[in-house]
Design a protein around this ligand. Structure first.
Ligand code: NAP
Length: 273
């Protein structure tokens, strides 16, 4: 019987996940399908009931449900509990198991390049849901210090406390200060949504240099202003689409227990740009 998977969220019409997962099913000749299902804020409970009724095999969760989804799972993985949010769910005969592949998906392109995180300093722009998973990832990999810069300073301070809860040194600065001191950090990560609409970089890139690893988690557009300017300064670049693929591969492997066909998934993703 065909197994059905889904991504839930709102808005969901521009999600690239159906393309990525269906390409993987085709590549491996699997009898599975993956759909996008819009569930508006406030309707998560009913939405999940309907997914259970159609015997969904598994689903991804995106904005705005990642945190609220924690209430509706029967069991959770360690990553899920660490980050406090769910982005991947497995349905085992009506029992929902929550996972979080954002953290592993973020780290994957860094590991692929054999870039060490241990004892390195990180400048993280943004303090939203994605930033939280990134902090957990850097902390678990033994980063020396994580500096947070966020438009709303209280949220940045809260996230710095979260980093400290792992025993990682942390502090909070303004976006302006972040631009001035960016050259001191090995990793500079944009986890704000600044760039989605082709806005200028959220910080000055003047201090970024050839030793900097610049990672923008925005995947559309692929080349944000932050990336374009950092390339001019010879920084090593990591693209948001790589995180998207990394987390999709981990979700795929969680559900199907086989290695995800990375190249087939990448091909369809890049074709979608
Ligand atoms: P979120 O929880 O809504 O957080 C948005 C962040 O952007 C907050 O820190 C917010 O600051 C900041 N921000 C928004 N507008 C700003 C502005 N005009 N100036 C300065 N800062 C601004 O969103 P999220 O889930 O963390 O996602 C953030 C971005 O990452 C999105 O663009 C999303 O597409 C991308 N993302 C990519 C992947 C991937 O796989 N590549 C995965 C997850 C997310 P305030 O606190 O001040 O509002």
């Amino acid at each position: 019987m065909t197994k059905t998977f889904a991504v839930i969220g709102d808005p969901i019409d521009h999600s690239l996940s159906p393309n990525i997962h269906n390409a993987a099913f085709n590549a491996l000749g699997m009898d599975c399908t993956y759909i996008a299902y819009r569930i508006p804020k406030g309707e998560l409970k009913e939405g999940i009931e309907s997914l259970k009724l159609i015997k969904i095999s598994g689903f991804n969760v995106t904005i705005p449900h990642k945190i609220e989804m924690m209430k509706y799972i029967d069991e959770s993985s360690e990553e899920c509990r660490t980050v406090g949010a769910v982005n991947t769910v497995t349905n085992e005969n009506g029992k929902l198991i929550g996972h979080n592949t954002d953290m592993g998906g973020f780290l994957e392109p860094i590991k692929k390049r054999n870039i060490a995180i241990k004892n390195e300093d990180v400048l993280l722009l943004g303090a939203g849901g994605a930033a939280r998973a990134i902090v957990a990832g850097f902390a678990k990999e033994g980063a020396h210090k994580i500096t947070i810069a966020n438009r709303t300073r209280e949220r940045g301070q809260e996230l710095a406390k979260f980093a400290a809860s792992f025993g990682t040194e942390s502090d909070e600065v303004t976006l302006e200060e972040a631009g001035q001191s960016a050259g001191k950090y090995r990793f500079i990560v944009n986890a704000t949504s600044v760039g989605l609409k082709n806005e200028p970089s959220p910080i000055s890139t003047n201090a970024i240099n050839s030793q900097s690893i610049v990672y923008d988690i925005i995947y559309m557009p692929m080349n944000t202003d932050f990336i374009i300017q950092s390339k001019k300064n010879s920084a090593t670049i990591i693209y948001g689409y790589e995180m998207l693929l990394g987390q999709a591969c981990l979700a795929f492997e969680t559900w199907h227990k086989v290695k995800a066909p990375y190249d087939a998934m990448k091909k369809v993703l890049l074709g979608g740009f």
